[in-house]
Design a protein around this ligand. Structure first.
Ligand code: HEM
Length: 1077
């Protein structure tokens, strides 16, 4: 078992991946850099690599950001000299973007993308080096080792970037100046030119406009978005299209790649034909490039991910002064250590005298993150410690599921905590006019503290990167409280400085530093001299403290409710068992979530002082303050046990149709129990895609047991049960009942069962929804949906409908007290006949539970209306053909991924919910609801023979080729999302947006059930509202940052709460503007 690996083996494993040096001791100067490098996605992610993920991402036609980042590093370094020690990778490029040596927009774009990561803790030069790592890795290249510690130049350097017209003699001199010999020069240039290419707009002599590709880029090998050895193999085989080797550049004597590659008679290029050699050589060439730095600069050791790393460790003196709140997060590297084998993580700490405290601090799982090659799991803690004994250091102890323990002690140094300088977040604030007030508690006997503020000062164009300046302000003594003395200082920010300012409190050799001004509350709260009051306790939940809630983003963002009868118990019950935490705010608001947002810091308990609306004896937070509880009832979803049935496992669909093909239904209140009741006439039932239920007498051919974790969607009607996934069913089999056993009565209402009995093709909603307050519609179809003759494609919306209106429906009703069904699209509906299954009320305004037929479309390929292509076949999909694609204008632009285990099914599952998916170049997977560009016409279909690359995850199947997609169309997703009509607003199109430079800043919400309508309501009359990235919603009366209108296809994310509506994209807002009267 992986857990049993000893600490020594851990280190060995870590060393194998990151080189042989020891683990870094925390804290280190590169801690911020380590975060930006390794936390690319997930909890606390820094998203540095987003711009190069996937590798084909770019700023416009023919532009590939990963290639631009690599070229940016080369041009920054290339003015340096290892002989004089002047220049190198020093961000002098910041001052050189207008130079004739730096042609094109790549440099300004790259520096602009890096700028938000620039701070007193990370130089621009380090970020340029990091761009090499991220760009190369995102394109599938080697992990280039990166050191930190580069120092930024303050002015431009000398000239000296190699240009195509230089000639081989000059190239040799220039590369010698960088410290590269002739062989290394060839290797370095070949490695650089394996991604990207030459843009006609930048180098028209090399690529004349009339000979350029459709997007103005002629790539240097046939795979410009893959870091591979094709630059070498194509060159040696004589098939190269590298415009710096062949074409007009030859006659113009600017074919620099040929001159370089050929300078040793092609010996080096021949050796680079080996893929392994190419990868390891390039790693060395690039490491060498980013380590050319001005003399006097000392680089740190290679940055490796910590095995364990603390985050936001914060002591806060509480009201009364007798206790310190100690909070933070502990990050554990789980790349080799199985996270499932971690039973608990604890902090074993020493008091301020150095004596070990017997009760360790426990933690709870707060989130997961990953980088290119690593995974991490975070564990958060919050505890109170007496100011008398306090804390001086801790070790992290991991207990395995098997009971063994492992102590991580920071290379023997323990993780040090200094309690002499304590920044007081609750008492500090960023008030009106950007006025910063900082309060700190300084342990008695320590020298007077000072406040140090580092601000960014924007510089005049074309200098993209701001300058940094540091101000130091003496802090004034205030009151004494317990063992501490409070001090205060103020600082007035100008312009937008507050948004990026970092500050710290310093006294003697102690400090509490790197605090973010923008996360402080707007009002400072005095520290009370009386101790905090207690809060309700229960076995169902445990009070955690009072926390700051910025609102944007929410401290707890899973779900929320507001009620005038709110109590702690009501909120606990609302959040149920599927959330780890809940919290109450502003007397009547309740929030649920599995982790506290990073912006939510602990506050003094007295901050949470509003009585609950439903029980004035209980406290329900305050404005921007959350009374925060941990649920002791939290239980992650599992497979439901259904009485009378045995669970068989997680099955795939059949190869020639549905796995279970007797009858089926779908419902927003689906549970395993409901499906069992519906399928009572069949031996098997199965749950799929959260809300679909299938019945069968047999499990049809091709359906096979799959990995249990594939079935990972919770049931629409019960989030603690699993209900399959896309192309995955949780399958159950009826227990065999012997004659001596009394059969278990089937919990089907009589009206329902009679209806089922009368029509084998009846589709009904769940039995749970059959109650006195609801009416159930039963559809029968004139052609059975599970056969291969029809694929009904209409979908239906839930309505509150008057019975009398039902006569205007497209459906005939079997009974006069049926209710209306409104199809939400114009698809033919005449084959569907609703039949009343159960009606316990004849009220004229009753909620209607409806069945969506879009999800129960027949699986047989004969149902397809559009596809004529022959070739690959995949259950649930029709094959469309081998279709052309381009790097800069994707045929399926909604979503994409690159995966070395790519197969049709993995891509189908990644694209679940989209109408089309396509596989390309072996390892690439693309999704969309429309075939963009001209590809919907057969003229853009390529011959089948051109889709001839094997899938990276299945060598027996085809996965397109370069610029060729094998495209499949879903049989279940039959309606593409659209931009709905919103009363009072006009849809204005798809607009650009950026993290750190949002266009709408007034208000923000995130919802895993976002719809356009929900966002509109949330923004509550704002001039603009916009949806982004599926679940985000932004509001504002004006644009806070510039934005441009882009093609609609860039806003192709489905809303998390409605797959038939678009909700923007990555850094793309679907924008709505109020109609002014
Ligand atoms: C003799 C030396 C070199 C010359 C004359 C040269 C020249 C060029 C030219 C003319 C372009 C086209 C730029 C454009 O149109 O936007 C280019 C692109 C590129 N160069 Fe070089 N290069 C040299 C060495 C290198 C080296 C050593 C690297 C290593 C980092 C490198 C990395 C790149 C990359 C990644 C691109 C693609 C940029 C994009 O697609 O936006 N080059 N080079």
């Amino acid at each position: 078992m992986i857990w049993r690996i000893s600490t020594r083996t851990w280190i060995l494993l870590a060393c194998q991946q990151y080189g042989a040096s020891a683990q870094t001791t925390w804290p280190a100067s590169t801690d911020e850099f380590e975060d930006i490098m390794f936390l690319t996605q997930g909890y606390r992610a820094r998203h540095f690599a987003d711009a190069v993920t996937p590798c084909s991402s770019g700023h416009g036609p023919g532009r590939i950001t990963a290639a631009e980042w690599l070229r940016t590093a080369f041009h920054d370094m290339a003015t340096g000299s290892v002989f004089t020690g002047i220049g190198g990778l020093d961000a002098s490029l910041v001052y050189e973007t207008q130079s004739g040596e730096n042609i094109g927009t790549a440099f300004v774009s790259s520096l602009t993308t890096y700028a938000p990561f620039f701070s007193s803790r990370t130089s621009m030069a380090d970020l340029i080096a990091l761009g090499v790592y991220a760009g190369v890795r995102a394109c599938g290249g080697p992990a280039v080792p990166v050191r930190g510690g580069r120092v930024d130049a303050t002015a431009s350097g000398p000239q000296g970037v190699p240009l195509p017209q230089n000639g081989i003699g000059t190239f040799k001199n220039q590369f010698t100046r960088f410290g590269y010999n002739n062989t290394e020069m060839i290797q370095f240039v070949a490695c650089g030119h394996t991604i990207g290419g030459v843009h006609s707009v930048n180098f028209p002599d090399v690529v004349p406009a009339n000979q350029a590709g459709p997007d103005g880029l002629n790539s240097t090998d046939t795979t410009p978005t893959i870091f591979d050895n094709k630059i070498a193999t194509e060159y040696i085989q004589g098939t190269t299209k590298d415009p710096l080797v062949i074409g007009p550049s030859v006659q113009a004597k600017i074919n620099s790649d040929f001159q370089v590659f050929n300078s040793d008679g092609n010996v080096t290029m021949k050796a680079l034909q080996s893929a392994d050699t190419f990868a390891s050589v390039c790693k060395n060439m690039f490491q060498k490039m980013i380590e050319i730095v001005p003399s006097g600069v000392t680089l740190t050791p290679v940055i490796k991910p910590y095995e364990v790393k603390p985050y936001d460790l914060q002591l806060t003196l509480l009201d009364g002064g007798s206790q310190l709140q100690f909070t933070g997060d502990i990050r554990i590297r789980t790349t080799q250590r199985l996270v499932s084998s971690i039973a608990q993580v604890q902090l074993v700490y020493k008091d301020r005298t150095g004596a070990t405290v017997s009760t360790p601090i426990s933690t709870t799982h707060s989130g997961d993150a990953n980088g290119f090659d690593d995974t991490f799991t975070f564990f958060e803690f919050s505890t109170k410690i007496s100011t008398d004994t306090s804390i001086s250091s801790f070790d992290v102890v991991i207990t395995s599921a098997g009971g063994g323990t492992e102590t991580l002690n920071n290379n023997g140094a323990s993780f040090r905590i200094d309690d002499t300088v304590v920044f007081q977040a609750p008492q500090s604030c960023l008030g009106a006019s950007s006025n910063l007030t900082v309060i700190a508690a300084i342990r008695n006997g320590t020298t007077s503290p000072s406040l140090r503020v580092v601000v960014q000062n924007p510089r005049a164009s074309p200098i993209i990167v701001p300058s940094l300046s540091t101000a130091s302000v003496a802090m004034a003594s205030q009151t004494a409280i317990g063992a501490y003395q409070l001090y205060s200082a103020s600082y007035a920010f100008t312009g937008s400085q507050a948004s990026s300012a970092l500050f710290g409190v310093f006294a003697g050799s102690s400090s509490d530093n790197y605090k973010n001004a923008s996360t402080l509350p707007s009002a400072c709260k005095p520290l009370s001299s009386s101790p905090p009051t207690s809060t309700p306790s229960s076995t169902a939940f445990t009070f955690q403290g009072c926390y700051y809630d910025a609102g944007v983003p929410r401290a707890l963002s899973g779900a929320g409710s507001v009620s005038d009868t709110m109590t702690v118990e009501q909120c606990a019950s609302f959040c149920g068992t599927t959330y780890r935490y809940f919290g109450l705010e502003y007397g009547r608001e309740c929030y649920c979530g599995n982790a506290l947002d990073a912006s939510s810091t602990t506050m003094g308990l007295s901050d949470c002082n509003m009585p609950c609306a439903g029980n004035s004896k209980e406290t329900c937070g305050a404005a921007s303050r959350l009374s925060y509880y941990k649920s002791n009832k939290y239980s992650p979803p599992g497979v439901a046990q259904v009485s009378g049935y045995g669970y068989l496992g997680c099955y795939s669909e059949g190869t020639a149709g549905r796995a279970l093909s007797d009858t089926n239904t779908a419902s927003d209140s689906m549970t395993a129990e409901n499906c069992a009741a519906f399928c009572s006439g069949s031996t098997y039932f199965g749950l799929e895609y959260g809300r679909e239920c299938y019945c069968g007498s047999t499990i049809n051919a091709g359906s096979a047991n799959q990995t249990a974790t594939d079935c990972n969607m919770v049931c629409a009607g019960n989030s603690s049960e699993y209900c399959g996934a896309g192309n995955r069913l949780n399958v159950y089999r009826k227990n065999i009942v012997t004659s001596s056993t009394t059969p278990t009565p089937t919990p089907t209402p009589s009206a329902l069962s009679s209806s089922v009995a009368s029509s084998s093709s009846a589709l009904i909603s769940s039995s749970q929804s059959v109650n006195s307050a609801s009416t159930v519609i039963v559809f029968s179809t004139s052609t059975t949906v599970a056969t291969s003759t029809v694929a009904p494609s209409s979908s239906f919306s839930t309505i509150h409908s008057s019975i009398s209106s039902s006569s205007s429906s497209a459906f005939s009703t079997a009974s006069s007290d049926s209710v209306a069904v409104i199809p939400t699209d114009s698809s033919p509906t005449s084959t569907l006949t609703p039949t009343l299954a159960h009606s316990s009320t004849t009220s004229s305004d009753i909620p209607t539970t409806l069945v969506s037929s879009s999800s129960i479309t027949a699986a047989s390929s004969s149902t397809t209306s559009s596809s004529t292509a022959t070739g690959p076949s995949l259950p649930g999909y029709t094959y469309q053909g081998c279709i052309t694609d381009t790097v800069t204008s994707r045929t399926l632009p909604a979503k994409s991924t690159q995966n070395n285990a790519n197969t049709w099914t993995s891509c189908a599952s990644f694209c679940d919910g989209y109408m089309y998916f396509g596989v390309e170049y072996g390892s690439e997977c693309y999704c969309g609801d429309r075939l963009a560009n001209a590809t919907s016409s057969p003229s853009s279909f390529a011959p089948e023979s051109e889709c001839n690359m094997a899938c990276s995850g299945d060598s027996t199947a085809q996965c397109g080729a370069a610029n060729r997609l094998n495209v499949f169309k879903s049989l279940t997703v039959t309606q593409a999302p659209a931009n709905p009509v919103v009363v009072g607003y006009n849809y204005t199109g798809c607009h650009t947006d950026a993290v750190g430079a949002r266009i709408l800043l007034q208000n923000y919400s995130f919802d895993s059930n976002m719809t356009v309508e929900k966002c509109g309501a949330f923004c509550n009359g704002a001039k603009y509202f916009g949806t982004e990235y599926g679940g985000e919603c932004y509001c504002g009366d004006e644009f806070a940052n510039p934005t441009t209108l882009v093609d609609e296809t860039e806003c192709s994310f489905m809303c998390s709460g409605n797959k038939l509506e678009y909700c923007g994209g990555a850094n793309r807002v679907s924008l709505w503007e109020k109609i002014e009267n």
